[in-house]
Design a protein around this ligand. Structure first.
Ligand code: ATP
Ligand code: MG
Length: 416
């Protein structure tokens, strides 16, 4: 069945009073954004604490599976229900809708039996493998003449008749719950597809992601966006030491993250001049740390311009020499804004699992060098001391301000 209505369920913890409206507006905006990426025309409505998506365009111009996939990327949603929406009818009319709904959703063929035979069939033993079910009616429209419990019983009985042997009632652990909601119209649904959870992007400010071509930073950005934070990103490359392909890979990764986070401003910074200056003047075992510190400073410039209040990196304790506690202390010192490191306690495999789940892994493992892999020392310091690092940076004193300014001024900003 190509469903034309989707009921969206969201977590309600901590969203009371005024926050609730903001939460719902942000969620509806993100749902609209997600749907703008798929073919078809949609209307997103908020009604009585619920959000619905209605397909308004023609039948052949949308694909319900694509709609589901897009909605599964909207943070804040905990469940997505494909719904059959029908006009309010008398109980027998709703019964017929329920039979049609079950037939189409579960690939069953209904039979129509004369009334006296039907009663006996309903009592017959179910086949092995019969689907157990329970009907749950909600009567939001109290004018409707039949109570919820009467509807449950009526629809239950008629489903048993329509699919003799194929269905059985189980009120405790049913395979399928058939929800019938009688409102201005009648909504029938049985599947609640899990959403990604989290908070709608836009409800928790904005942060600047240091996005490389690796596995970790796209995952880090995704995790922070999941908490409702809008993203922008900074990528450092070092042409001609790094290729156009390496840059394209980061643009591709930003696009993949943006499927969840919404639009991203990606600042592509030419880092070659700074890297060469560090390479020429500073001890080689400190290259990575010093480089990282300048990355933080530049990313913070963009954060300020973009209205962000924090930085995000994909660092995790001990993963490489530049991510020991001592190294993180040195890197952290370069930033004045808070640095969010959502992967800090993750093992590499945990990070890989998330990247596979969110669809960035295959792009991340493409073998194009980013700038850091080219200017790395054979034996980097693993326990850098901040005072020593700062003394090494003194050697850049006469050139660094100009280089930093130039790097920021000449950065290319790509709107993703
Ligand atoms: P990733 O998989 O995210 O590249 P990594 O394991 O390769 O991480 P590092 O290279 O040590 O780790 O980088 C640590 C963090 O520093 C990255 O997660 C990212 O946030 C940032 N970073 C590293 N290189 C770049 C770059 N070229 N441009 C932007 N940010 C970078
Ligand atoms: Mg990297």
């Amino acid at each position: 069945m190509n469903f034309r209505t989707f009921l969206l369920k969201y977590g309600e913890i901590g969203i009371k009073g005024k926050n609730r409206g903001q939460f719902e507006d942000a969620l509806a905006a993100q749902v609209r954004h997600a749907l703008s990426q798929v073919e078809g025309e949609y209307e997103v409505t908020k009604e009585q604490g619920r959000i619905y998506v209605n397909v308004t365009g023609p039948e052949d111009r949308f694909d319900a599976d694509e709609v589901m996939e897009a909605l599964k990327r909207v943070f804040g949603l905990v469940g997505i229900c494909p719904v059959l929406k029908v006009p309010v009818a008398d109980p027998e009319g709703i019964v017929q809708d329920a039979i049609r709904f079950i037939a189409q959703t579960y690939g069953l063929t209904p039979v129509s039996l004369p009334e006296d035979k039907a009663g006996r069939m309903a009592e017959a033993e179910p086949d092995q493998g019969a689907i157990s079910f329970k009907v749950h009616t909600r009567r939001a429209n109290k004018q409707y003449p039949v109570s919820s419990m009467e509807m449950d019983a009526l629809v239950g009985e008629k489903l048993l008749n329509a699919f003799p042997g194929k269905m059985k009632v189980d009120v405790h652990h049913p395979d399928l719950m058939l929800y019938i909601e009688i409102r201005e119209e009648v909504y029938l649904y049985s599947k609640i597809v899990p959403g990604p959870g989290g908070m709608p992007v836009g409800t928790n400010g904005r942060a600047q992601l240091l996005l490389s071509g690796g596995i970790d930073s796209p995952v880090a950005g995704w995790m922070i966006a999941k908490r409702g934070v809008a993203l922008d990103a900074t990528y450092f490359h070092a042409p001609p030491y790094t290729s156009e392909r390496a840059k394209q890979k980061v643009v591709d990764l930003a696009r993949l993250v943006a499927r969840y986070s919404g639009p991203i401003r990606l600042h592509v910074v030419n880092f070659t001049g700074i890297q060469l200056a560090i390479y020429d003047r500073c001890p080689h075992d400190e290259l990575t740390i010093i480089m990282r510190r300048y990355m933080m400073k530049i990313a913070e410039e963009f954060a300020r311009k973009d209205g962000s209040m924090g930085l995000i990196t994909g660092e995790s304790i001990g993963q490489v020499a530049s991510q020991t506690i001592q190294s993180l202390v040195c890197t952290d010192d370069a930033a004045t804004m808070p640095v969010f490191r959502p992967l800090i306690g993750f093992d590499k495999q945990d990070i890989i699992d998330v990247s596979v789940k969110i669809g960035t892994y295959d792009t991340s493992i493409q073998p194009f060098e980013d700038c850091c892999t080219i200017f790395v020392a054979k034996h980097p310091v693993t326990k850098p001391r901040l005072d020593i690092i700062k003394r090494s940076e003194e050697k850049l004193k006469d050139v660094i301000d100009e280089l930093l300014e130039k790097a920021v001024a000449e950065a290319e900003t790509i709107r993703i």
